[in-house]
Design a protein around this ligand. Sequence first.
Ligand SMILES: *Cc1c(COP(=O)(O)O)cnc(C)c1O
Length: 452
Amino acid sequence: MPPPSTDLPDPAPDPAPDPAPDRGAAARPPSVDALARSLGGSGLPHAICVDLAREAIAAGDVAGAPARAEAYRRTLLSPVVNATGVLLHTNLGRAPVAVSTDARAVNVEFDLATGERGSRQRAVGQLVARLCGAEAAMVVNNNAAAVLLVLAALAPGRQVLVSRGESVEIGGSFRVPEVMEQSGARLVDVGTTNRTRLSDYRRALDRPDADVALVLKVHPSNYRVEGFVEETPVAQLATLGVPVVADIGSGLIDATCPWLHGPPPTWLRDEPAAVQALADGAALVTFSGDKLLGGPQAGVIAGRADLVAACARHPLARALRPGGLVLAALQSTVLAYLHRRVVQEVPFWRMVATPVADLRSRAESLAARLEGVLDARAVALDALPGAGSAPGATMPSYGIEVRGDLLDRLRAADPPVVARAREGRTFLDLRTVDPTDDDHLARALTAAASVA
Ligand SMILES: *Cc1c(COP(=O)(O)O)cnc(C)c1O
């Protein structure tokens, strides 16, 4: 008998030669090369197939080789259908962005007017600055890099005041005190964890040993404190006479959301926005490109031209700079805002702006298609912004509820479908699914139902 396979469903016929008919003789394993060639249909490079064939033979698992190849293929980056209802799913790359470029040279650092070397930061920097109402802006790899660079460039060896209520950890490894330490700036805690007033900052500024370079205001993106709480708004901090840097995190550009028809959604109520923070007197704002902005992973530093220039001159700026692909994707996103085509062209905002009635009718027609195939019904759901934005806030949505936990089977679809399960039921939220993927959902659910 062939050795037992892995517990993955075996997608392909056994490539191993038939074992010797007489039970006593051990089956001779196939050659590595033959087994590797039999895995060619997986689309994996031959060198990888050879490695996998070798491993399978060494493990006495020749029959499991195709499953191993399939498992390996599934570790590679590939498009997935996000049916979780979490719009900015950090594990799924946060904001979905379309990127298409030809294999052509781009004027990333070339000034077409003079024919000389140009600034990598110029093109996107000027557009982002215009969008935020800032004098200048620059782009780095992510917001963690933006905060690190601002502190390293503007406060080396000097004090930075941070409210105890804002000395937070965001997303696992971004911890304000640790970023501060890495930057070489010195953290000075002010106030208390639940209440920090302007007078707390003043007291720190008036100390005899004060050497304050900046006040850093950090939006505690991924949690909220309720009850007896007080924070000092940017407009008040701006009266202290020290540059205020506001890490707004999520990259909401304008609290009034002029790109939406109608008022801003209520779930955005507590999110700080770049335009308003700068108008209130922040010297700089920093934010992510791939959260509420809806662009690629990037970090933006926007505000006073002299401070942005100091950041751009710092040696770390080179280490943290984004590549041309990211800059091109960010430029497209920012141009969509400036052209007022956000809902049409920025997938995140398209998902936000989809009326729940549209989601409902898609859910109902999907449920109707699945009738008799599996126990599915259209249900109202709550979608989440995700990426730590607007914690606790939800937006009304609609989707499909299916009996049973089908998560594994849905992930086995091609492209994989990522859903959520609770108490033996599977939920597919359509707010995060492009309508062109509804057919695929129907097929994936049908296939999932047919696997016993
Ligand atoms: C998300 C976030 C960060 C980290 O941003 P990345 O782009 O993920 O590096 C830092 N600060 C705040 C306030 C955030 O919300």
